[in-house]
Write a protein that binds this ligand. Structure first.
Ligand SMILES: [Ca+2]
Length: 230
């Protein structure tokens, strides 16, 4: 739109036949003044105009004799198309950003949403129990509880140090146990309660059976007492 005003103004100023080169120079030099005039005439704010220096450079390259064949309507159309394109691209970018977190979750080990029971690894390893009402860890919890109570819990929780000592008996490398710890200590208080400990043992069992550990704790593995009521 603004470009159309500038071009049609320059077009009016250009002589039809003589002294075109001089007039071109004069107009380019006067561009700041022309801007001011157009701003007044069309009530456009200065910020909507292309940068003076840039516009001057562009005009240098224009063949001013062609101005008479340029249709302002056409230029306007191009301007509109450009701004629509920008709006369209901006839309795409925001859509991309919006869909990013979902894609990251879907790309992880727990994509239980695509093929249901036909999904790869369904019902195995950390995915076991995803379709069951009962917390899968509860099945072996009595055995885990027995160990838990030998670790002298205080207020229902064992310290990180006691948990570490117990977890090391699995012979899994520290890097793996660290990952298990992060998944199991749901409330991140540096201690494990009865359910968190059982979860840690369950995850150790999964790893020892040769399955992959999840990057995030899937909902069906979250201990019942740590589930947020919706
Ligand atoms: Ca905890």
């Amino acid at each position: 739109m603004v470009h159309a005003y500038i071009i049609s103004h320059l077009k009016k100023e250009m002589p039809a036949v003589f002294g075109k080169e001089n007039k071109k120079r004069e107009l380019i030099n006067n561009l700041p003044e022309i801007y001011r005039q157009l701003q007044r005439e069309h009530q456009i704010s200065a910020g909507d105009f292309p940068e003076v220096k840039k516009m001057q450079e562009q005009l240098e390259g224009y063949d001013f004799t062609k101005f008479h064949s340029l249709k302002p309507k056409l230029i306007e159309g191009v301007d509109n198309m450009l701004s629509n394109k920008v709006a369209f691209l901006m839309n795409l970018i925001t859509q991309e950003e919006r869909s990013m977190p979902t894609q990251m979750v879907q790309g992880g080990a727990f994509d239980g949403t695509t093929a249901g029971p036909f999904d790869h690894g369904y019902g195995e390893g950390a995915k076991e129990g995803a379709d069951e009402e009962e917390w899968i860890v509860a099945r072996d919890k009595p055995a885990y509880d027995e160990i838990f109570y030998t670790l002298s819990p205080i207020n229902g929780r064992i310290s990180g140090a006691s948990a570490k000592k117990e977890m090391l008996t699995s012979k899994l490398p520290n890097s793996v146990l660290g990952k298990i710890w992060k998944l199991a200590d749901c409330d991140c208080d540096g201690m494990l309660d009865e359910e968190e400990f059982a979860l840690a043992k369950h995850l150790i069992k999964i790893k020892l059976e040769g399955y992959e550990l999840p990057s995030f704790l899937p909902p069906h593995l979250v201990p019942p007492s740590h589930r947020k009521s919706l």
